[in-house]
Design a protein around this ligand. Sequence first.
Ligand code: TYM
Length: 334
Amino acid sequence: MDKKKIVFSGVQPSGNLHLGNYLGALKNFVSLQKDMECIYCVVDLHAITVFQKPNELKNNILETTACFLASGLDDSKSIIFNQSSVSGHSELAWILNCVSRVGWLNRMTQFKDKAGSDKEKASVGLYIYPNLMAADILLYKATHVPVGADQKQHLELSRDIAQKFNKDFNCKDFFPLPEPLISKNISRVMSLRDGTKKMSKSEESDYSRINLKDNADEIQKKIKKAKSDSDVIPDNLKALEKKPEALNLLNIYSEISHIKLEKVLSEMSGKDYSHLKEKLTDLLIDEICPVGKEIKKLMDDKTHLLKILKKGTEKAKIKAEENLNIIREKVGLV
Ligand code: TYM
């Protein structure tokens, strides 16, 4: 094990996790836990930047933990915990609020998207959310952060904040500059209804996404209804440039089957998209349904899930406190 590499990532407990979270993040979390020190966090403080009903939030924190485990995370290899149970995240976030610049936050495209047209009504938490994300990562001096492409800008900000802290407090290389680990093949799973938008929990239509808890019937219906193309499948990538929905289905197929996109095209070219859809449905049912069943099984024993979070919290707290003591000292807090 390479001790110097520390992996951190987080997922918001804001309802149904979907195929985008699974392919863009969770699968990579699992493959990294084999030979790196990994810390995976259910980021509940991030979720409340948009109002969450308290009872639903509680349930979603446990369900996200269940999604981690059902996707293959092993609590004896990785630290699994929820963010609010380690107060160091909030403390470091405050310190970093004072390092980060308003101008930097004003450039964050996700705030613009999430706040919509009426920014005045967005919570302050939503605006400074990227600083909390930087705190999550830097609290553990993480070096690698597996995320989907939508988090790239936030990761760049985390690097800027780390760099400024190191410079302001005259401690070169104290915080490592965290590297994003973004899957090359499928960094952004797109909506099944609109291939220009990412698959997301917040899109109104459930037909836009495959949820990890969907059953075989739902998966079949959603793929059948997914937007594709009236032409046949082409034999080259260039022909897909203006066909984002078709490209998305092919990309998902390629990722789950482990067959390179070029090879998929050479095998399927000239066929209707219904052929791809049938094969993709079978693959998705085989891949996703066992995960969904496991999530439901794990949710039947919430005490077990709470125990896992508690164990992870204890381990995370030790690391966080150790780093925070040094950070407080560097800032001059007594
Ligand atoms: P969140 O909860 O929106 O998403 C969790 C992870 O899933 C990825 N993802 C996708 N990947 C590919 N295609 C998609 N359609 C798709 N949708 C979501 C996200 O990129 C993410 O990796 N701000 C983060 C959570 C966070 C975090 C952190 C991540 C908080 N602190 C520290 C890393 C490190 C978020 O909202 O992810």
